[in-house]
Design a protein. Structure first.
Length: 86
């Protein structure tokens, strides 16, 4: 059994989360409890064994970013000044 203390100061809240209605608060609470009970093990596996490296997209993205950073570092900066004539 979990017990929570609910507060109201113009909005309903538990901890830091604030909601317009009790319905929204309960909905969020039910979703959070479901995720914590059913998906906690899966989420823990995601942090210890990420599969994204095997997809290839992250390495492609990393290569693009590295290429862009190297290109911007090596390109000379061009500065032009225009003189206003009065």
């Amino acid at each position: 059994t979990l017990n929570y203390r609910l507060f109201y100061d113009g909005k309903h809240f538990v901890g830091e989360k604030r909601f317009e209605s009790v319905h929204d608060l309960v909905t969020d609470g039910l979703i959070t409890l479901y995720i914590e009970t059913k998906a906690a093990e899966y989420i823990a596996k995601m942090t210890t064994n990420p599969i994204y490296q095997h997809l290839g997209y992250t390495s492609l993205l990393r290569d693009k970013i590295t290429h862009r950073l190297n290109r911007t570092r090596s390109e000379p900066k061009k500065v032009t000044f225009q003189q206003d004539e009065k």
